[in-house]
Design a protein around this ligand. Structure first.
Ligand code: ACM
Length: 546
């Protein structure tokens, strides 16, 4: 070949190459997979394709195929001969529990995982590689050709716990809003929905043995809560989830590989329960107790030294265990003033009996009895307990063992390290910047929210989980969680506005190795999400979106 021809040939090849290769930087995947190797060309769908599906993935594949056809018009027919199938889902037992591989060639799409969750996440990635209407499961007549870039993805989460907490004690958003939250979580490969179901201002889960919890404790004579000099409004307000509702939401979450962690916050934050059953729960049953109408921390806490209150908590745990077939129950334990215990003779006696002078130890003693109760259950009913990090203010050596999880929110990094040193597992949910009920920009259009602080998308994204933690303690860190407190937020649209897109930033901290995370790249990958949110009808923060 003459030199001139060689140059022309080389330029032609280079131009063709540039036209067909999609660079990894151009993909808009959130959370970012651990490894992407880009190839050349595209896999183009025809109107019908055949798929081989391993039995482990059958159930979730049905949902995927239905939504895929709805959004693209492409029918996926299952066949048993794997070698003929264009789309193949194979079990590969050595992959991590939630991990997967996705290999796209010009002729085939090959997915492998060891468990259903891995297949689910592979299919989420596959949908994110396509126009956003596919993830939204709605049709888009503007798209003329459905195709995927040739690539190889090897992926698994950094952390096993990628959580989001919704407080429905202060305000209740309802079944459909909860399902949408679960949808958003699943889309971003988050897997723990922490459902805060009781507060001073409302009890939200039907407990058959204690019907007044919802007949009385779920209702209050105000919707907007009072604070400072601002009086509460006068609207009768409330609601709760029946056990039938809960079963429906549990099934919904399960099919999206989201475990629900129900929280009953005891013995503090319990005034609604006390209003329902003052005779067994109040430190001063002779006084009047109402569901609370204010923000802040009520001093009206459960009398932990009353055996009937302990029995109440055990009964509630039993019903929660039957309702939520998952691994954990959260018992709260934050912000529990001890002033009523100090004034109560039964509490003073109990404190003496356990050989302590620290009233916080009464709380530990209460939890110890609940832990013992759980230990006596058959293995399939034994839930692990989670507590907010204030539990560390008591003598945790009084607990039957260290087999509890500490959710670290205030001084989170230090508290988590302390929990890990005490042999407990821990979850990072730092108030700053992971309380995503707070404003997400300094703009005057932001909704009212707690405190003056602003947790921008950048601040949320740039939190570094497990920073500087000694290698010997790292196995105690289960993962990360964003929290949403609802003192100021009573409607679904504002809830969505505040969590989007910040929840995507937390999802990536939970999934992607720290060395691969980069804020500018995240913002670039976030841009197409606006179209998805609009197609889904979600409200969202637009400050950093095109
Ligand atoms: C909390 O924010 N009180 C856990």
């Amino acid at each position: 070949m003459k030199i001139r021809s060689l140059i022309i040939f080389t330029i032609t090849v280079a131009i063709n190459f540039m036209a067909t290769v999609v660079f990894a930087q151009e993909l808009s995947l959130i959370p970012l997979p651990q490894r992407i190797d880009m190839g050349e060309g595209r896999f183009t769908f025809s109107e019908k394709i055949e798929a081989y599906v391993t039995p482990e993935a059958e159930d979730l594949f049905k949902d995927f195929a239905r939504d895929f056809e709805e959004s693209t018009g492409i029918k996926i027919k299952k066949i048993s001969n794997s070698s003929k199938a264009k789309l193949q889902l194979h079990t590969f037992s050595t992959l991590a529990p939630e991990g997967y591989t996705l290999k796209i060639t010009q002729n085939k799409i090959l997915i492998a995982a060891s468990q259903p969750a891995g297949f689910f996440y592979a299919l989420q990635t596959l949908k994110q590689l396509m126009p956003r209407n596919v993830m939204a499961a709605v049709s888009d007549p503007c798209v003329k050709e459905w195709s995927l870039p040739v690539l190889d993805i090897l992926d698994e989460p950094r952390f096993e716990w990628r959580g989001f907490m919704l407080d429905e004690g202060r305000h209740i958003f309802g079944k459909e809003a909860v399902k949408q939250v679960i949808d958003i979580m699943a889309m971003y490969k988050m897997n723990r929905f922490h459902w805060h179901l009781s507060e001073d201002q409302g009890w939200r889960v039907e407990i058959k043995k204690y019907p007044l919890l919802t007949q009385v404790g779920a209702w209050r004579e105000r919707k907007g809560l009072g604070y400072g000099d601002v009086k509460p409004d006068t609207e009768h307000y409330g609601g709760y989830y029946t056990q039938k509702d809960i079963k429906e939401i549990v099934a919904y979450a399960k099919s999206r590989f989201v475990e629900i962690v129900p929280e009953i916050d005891i013995p503090g934050h319990s005034q609604a329960a006390i209003a329902a059953y003052p005779e067994i729960l109040a430190c001063d049953p002779e006084n009047r107790h109402d569901v609370w109408l204010w923000q802040g921390i009520s001093t009206d806490v459960i009398n932990v030294a009353n055996p009937q209150a302990v029995k109440f908590a055990k009964d509630v745990i039993d019903e929660l265990t039957a309702l939520f077939p998952f691994g954990y129950i959260h018992l709260g334990g934050d912000e529990c003033p001890v002033v009523k215990w100090e004034q109560n003779a039964q509490c003073r006696e109990r404190l003496k009996a356990i050989g302590s002078t620290n009233y916080r130890d009464l709380q530990i003693d209460f939890y110890s009895q609940l832990l013992d109760h759980i230990k006596q259950k058959p293995k399939s009913e034994r839930r692990k307990l989670i507590f907010w990090n204030e539990i560390l203010h008591g003598n945790t050596a009084l607990l039957p063992d260290n087999d509890i999880t500490v959710m670290a929110w205030v001084g989170a990094d230090k508290a988590a390290a302390e929990a890990a040193k005490r042999g407990m597992t821990t979850i990072l949910s730092p108030q700053i910047p992971y309380y995503i009920n707070r404003k997400q920009s300094p703009l005057p259009t932001e909704p009212m929210s707690q405190g003056r602080g602003t947790e921008t998308v950048e601040a949320v994204y740039n939190y570094v989980p497990m920073k500087g933690v000694d290698r010997s303690l790292q196995s105690k860190y289960l993962g990360v969680q964003a929290n949403f407190w609802s003192e100021w937020v009573a409607d679904e649209s504002t809830l969505q506005y505040l969590i989007l897109p910040r929840l995507a930033a937390v999802a990536e901290a939970g999934w992607t190795e720290q060395t691969k995370r980069n804020y500018e790249d995240f913002v670039r990958r976030l841009q197409p999400e606006g179209e998805l949110y609009r197609k889904k009808g979600y409200n969202y923060g637009k400050h950093i979106m095109e």
